[in-house]
Ligand binder design. Sequence first.
Ligand code: ZN
Ligand code: ZN
Length: 931
Amino acid sequence: MHLIIAEKNIVAQRIAGLLSEGGRVTAEKDGGVSIYHFGDSVAMGLKGHVVEIDFEEGYTNWRSEVHTPRTLIDAGIVKKATEKKIVALIKKFAKKADLVTIATDYDREGELIGKEAYEIVRSANRDVTVNRAIFSAITKPEIAAAFENPTTVDFDLAAAGEARQEIDLVWGASLTRFISIAAKRGGNNILSVGRVQSPTLGMIVDREKEIEAFVPTPYWMLSVMSEKAGEPFEARHTTGKFWDKAEAKTAEANTKAPLTVTDVKEGVRSDSAPSPFDTTGYIVAAGRLGLSASNAMRIAEELYMNGFISYPRTDNTIYPKSLDLDAILNDLKKSPFKSDVEWTEKNRRAQPTSGKKSSTDHPPIHPAGAANPSMMDEQSWKVYELVVRRFLATLSPDARWKTLKIMFDAGGEEYTSTGQRLEVEGYRHVYGYSQAKEQILPEMSVGDRLPVNKIVLEDKETLPPARYSQSKLIQQMEELGLGTKSTRHDVIGKLVSRRYVEENPLKPTLVGKAVTETLEEYASLITKPDMTQTLERHMEDIKKGDKTKDGVVEESKKMLHRIFDELEANEENIGNEIMDRTAEERIIGKCPICGQSLMLKTSKGMAQFIGCNGYPDCSFNIGLPSAQWGKAIRDDKVCEIHGLNHIRLIRKGSRPWDIGCPLCSHINSNRESLSMMASINEELITKLHNAHIYSVYEIANISKQELCGKTGISEGTAETLIWDAMDVLEILRKRSELKKFVRSVIPPRRGRSHAKVTGAMIEGGIGDIASLADTKKQTLMKMFLSEQEAESLIYQAKCIHNKAFLKSLGIPAVSLKKYMDAGFVSADDFVNAHPAYLSEKTGINIETVYKHTAPVYEARGVKQPAKISKKAFEAGREELLKVRGIGEAMLEKLYFAGITDISALKSANTGELSKTLGISADKLEKIISEI
Ligand SMILES: [Zn+2]
Ligand SMILES: [Zn+2]
């Protein structure tokens, strides 16, 4: 049997399809893992790494006195399976296999993943032949060639990947732990430090410092507006930037009509077709389409796995000879780009364009198969089109521009205008992503005397350097040797998710700056690219077999020890500095009451609020939505009224929720409830707000004296306000009870939220469950409810309301349940039945029933039937059952009518009783006569 192991499930599936030559592929699950049978072969996919490395046991406790962060440097490292099912399945098949092919992606990371699979195979079968298939695209010719000419696992290349993995683990874990402990941070707030991440952040912070330190220099630009034969154009003064205002003013004053043409120079500018895409070039181009680096890579990887484009992680910008460009062009004729392909074939350049970088592992990114928009989502299609058009552009001729430079004289001052016109369209015919525009000037010749319609002197300022965009940063990282084509976009993603940087272009956060600048001060090796560059070079050496993994890892550990010498000597300073600088990120402004700092705080659990640093002397605070809605962070915007920073809630995987100024939001959300107070008016609200009292809750819980003292209102008004506030709180409590109840009974439906239903109820005067129980169903049916829903809502409201009422009359909950289960759900039900009947139906002792129902009769203003003892009741029951024609069923009906013994039956009004019993008067009289 031939076992094929691919890097991902989808790749395994495609490989099986391509190798089966159109034969049958059977897909099934084995141990929860998808596998693909064809002929004598089985293909299965990994999930990238199926094992991970971690420190040996004993290093998980951050507070350990023995295992300090530094000890992590030399701690033993163990491998653990992360995908146990897949590992087990590889072993199972390896035992039966007589050939295993590793078909993971071909690069440092892919080779390491392949080596991991190799080791699992070997652990189960020491003798089976294991080979390696190398391909750059998951297409028929590539896959067929790779399996016809397999090679072996490249252990040097895998070792380079392993070295990176170990070094990153050791650096990241030990430094992150050290810095976090020093700054007293834990849980979700740890400060991560990493080998590639920290120097990258360093670049962003450095750029921000340049921007902050930048002092703009003023300069002036002079130009004239003129026209030739009705066509307007602009000419600029040849000085360009005037750094001296007086000089610019003089030139402006000298400028006089006519504007005389002194020279016309024509020229051509060649516009080279772009070179093939490597990873960085691709990310930059995708960035212009609005894709972030990590999105661009994610989409490219999907396109690769589906066989639409070649492997997107490559440093190569030169098509290898082996790549069949004609075949790709031919294939693309099946796509919607047919006419562009045909144009390219007709105009094809002698040699495809090429860049400076050549590597042997993968060709530049190119289309691998024809596709159409129905095969993918819109964004993927945009990326696919970009790759196709870029490929066509690399085979197309250069474009050519005709340029025009005209010189003018105006009163002795020299002006110039330039224009350009696309003369040969070249590659631009198929690649329209460039922004270069035509600039057409009217036809002019030497000696033309033209008018000066306007002289424009503009005030300008030099601009600070721009922040890095994601793609610009990736280019810069590549130049500095930070990370690899496979990791750079991930590193940036991590900086964003760890809240070290924000926005695009990238800007460091307060924490990002604090950590970087503190590290720069004490251990600049961590934030500078040099050390990481050295390690990347060493990994190249491992790949070539010039250095060993262990040697390189040891060397990096020595470097790390030197860093720790510095760090440990300054631990307290480092911690204090970071804490001082990051405290600011929680300050949102000044307390309106006492003037101290207002801080973002979290209490136990998920509660978040804004509290005053003057606590407990000052108790001013503003509640915020619980952390389950997102972690509250400070935004840079400041409220114009309150001077407080805006608040934003951020949660992984959802859009941030902008709360805005927390005090404005607090005031607005409480305004409605304040206005519910009977005695409130705008003047009083203003007085309350001036005293920083914003909510009904605060008014209900303040003393009369304090309220007078703070607001200056009279005692009488204060007292009324407090009573009103308590009433409103009660109304709000009942409303929230009502809302909860409606939510529990009425199923949600599109277009009819619970808020809509309860909103209509409250507007219609239904403010609690009791009034809902008294509502007619017709009324509810006007409030987005069906007849059935209205009925069920009223019935259940009645149950709840009656239950609460009966409970308030002292009937214990256990008994109440028995009554209700037997169908006695309201006070009326209790009063309309005789206690004996209640006892009979519920099994509750009759004397207890008398006790329970007494207050119900009283509340209904009805007289309770005369008491009978249990003994008398039993005796009466026995007598009655002896009478012919009276059985258990009839007995129940008699009890219901209040008849508990023979004498009562004899003296009953037969006319009325026969109705209650549901038998004819004749029959009843016959029964009585039998006694
Ligand atoms: Zn305060
Ligand atoms: Zn505000």
